[in-house]
Every structure is written in C-alpha cells, then in structure tokens.
Design a binder for this molecule. Structure first.
Ligand SMILES: C[S@@+](CC[C@H](N)C(=O)[O-])C[C@H]1O[C@@H](n2cnc3c(N)ncnc32)[C@H](O)[C@@H]1O
Length: 242
C-alpha cells in the first residue's frame, strides 16, 4: 500500500468511526438523567423519567394557538381564576408562544409584570408586537435558550406553562432555571392535556398525566400543593418553591 493510500484509508476509518459514534457523542452532551432511543412520530427520541419528549410546536402553529374555539374548549377564563392573579404579582408565562395567555393576564397586572418567555425568536417577535399594544404595559418579552429561561434570580411570584412542559428538550435544566427565578414560596403551575383521558383529542406525547408531572418534579426543590381538574381538557398542577 502506498503512503497516500494508507492516509486515505486512515481518514476513511476515522470518518466512519465518527459517524458511528456521533449518536453517543450527542447523548454524552446530555445530563445522565436523559436516555436516547429511536424517535417515535411525534417525539425527538430523547427520554426523561420514562417519557419521550415531544417535538416543539413551530411558530407556523401560531394560528392554531390563537383559534377562537379555544375559549370554549379550554376555558382560559377559568384558568386565570385558578392562577389566582392579583394586580402586583410578577408572573412568568413560560413558552408563551403567540401570547394567548399573556394577552389575557397582562391587563390584570396593573402594578406587576409579566415575563412572556419563548425559545423561538419568531414567537418573541409576536410577543414584542403584543407588548406594544394598549393595555400591555406589564409584558416583558424574553428570549429563552433551550436550557435557561433567562429571568432575573428571585424575581417571580408565579411561573406557569400552558401546553409547554412536555416539549422542553431539557426539562430538568429549564426547571432549575425557573426555580432560580422564583421567589421563595413562589408558585410553579403546569397546565397539560390529560393523558389519563383517551377522549382528550391531542396526540399522546403532547399530553401528560398528573402522576408523570409529579414524578418529574420529585427530585427538584418544589412541593406539590394541589391539582385542579376544573378545566375541560387540561389539569392544573400547582407546586411551590421550597
Ligand atoms: C404548544 S405551544 C404553547 C404556547 C402557549 N403557551 C399557548 O398555550 O398558546 C409551546 C410553546 O413552548 C415554547 N417552548 C418550547 N421549548 C421552550 C423552552 N425551552 N423555553 C421556552 N419556551 C419553549 C415553544 O416555542 C412554543 O411556543
């Protein structure tokens, strides 16, 4: 074998080895709490506490988020009552999307603030438009990273996620960043479609059971406070920061 051929062969071997080990390099970047397996249709092939993480809903889905039927299907007015919003609260709408909940809650915070946080820059642009509209003074649009909500430490009385948690690529890291942003005793509220109910017309990976939410919070400094089943399709699961 000529020297040149041997260089080619070595390069080819190194390249094929890289292709073979690439998935494990990707996996190694993740904390050991995650595992990886072939992805199902609606999932990303990454697992946390026995659950496959769902695909992020792209900004092209904003119209679906803002559909008028949502008022009756999901009763956001009842959700606002469950969130017990008072005028001076500092609230974080994590995964605010196109601002469906933000635009309903912001006018109630006459002395407080509402961090409207999303990981997609296109969603944050929509939230900026919203913040410039009358009655939306309290809205602070915020671009998150996949692992960090990037909110000031100890700033929030309440953080909530509506149909978001199941699609966080790094649920543990994001939760740690939210807990850091909560004041001591601050509330963390999850609103997720009921996985326990096959009649809820949502893809399985985009639903969560209460047991799964509670299981995933067990190792974090959060204490479960209550679960409300008042909404037509979703649970409202409330925790407090220890
Ligand atoms: C199904 S949408 C729900 C939007 C909104 N909460 C609503 O109910 O209309 C999920 C949103 O979570 C956002 N999201 C996903 N991962 C995120 C992360 N790590 N940090 C912040 N937002 C995230 C997505 O970009 C998307 O806008």
């Amino acid at each position: 074998m000529t020297r040149r051929n041997s260089v080619h062969l070595t390069t080819a071997i190194v390249l094929s080895l890289l292709v073979l080990v690439r998935p494990s390099i990707a996996a190694a970047r993740d904390a050991p709490v995650y595992s990886h397996a072939p992805a199902s249709r609606d999932g990303i092939g990454k697992f946390y506490a026995g659950r496959e993480i769902a695909h992020v809903m792209g900004f092209a889905g904003a119209q679906w988020l803002d559909r008028s039927e949502r008022e009756v299907e999901e009763r956001p007015d009842w959700l606002i009552e469950e969130l017990a919003i008072t005028p001076a609260l500092v609230v974080a709408d994590i995964g605010a999307g196109s601002g469906y909940m933000t635009r309903r809650i912001a006018p109630l915070l006459t002395r407080g603030n509402l961090y409207a946080v999303d990981v997609q820059p296109e969603m944050v642009e929509m939230l900026k438009d919203l913040a410039s509209q009358p009655g939306m003074r309290s809205v602070i649009p915020t671009l998150a990273t996949a692992t960090d909500v990037r909110l000031p430490e100890g700033s929030c009385d309440l953080a909530f996620m509506v149909d978001v948690y199941h699609e966080l690529k790094f649920p543990r890291e994001v939760m740690l960043s939210i807990i850091k942003a909560l004041k001591p005793g601050g509330r963390m509220v999850f609103v997720e479609y009921r996985a326990e109910d096959p009649a809820v017309p949502i893809k399985p990976l985009h639903k969560m059971s209460v047991a799964q939410v509670r299981k995933e919070m067990q190792s974090l400094p959060l204490v479960w406070e209550k679960t409300s089943e008042r909404l037509p399709l979703q649970h409202v699961v409330v925790f407090r920061k220890r």
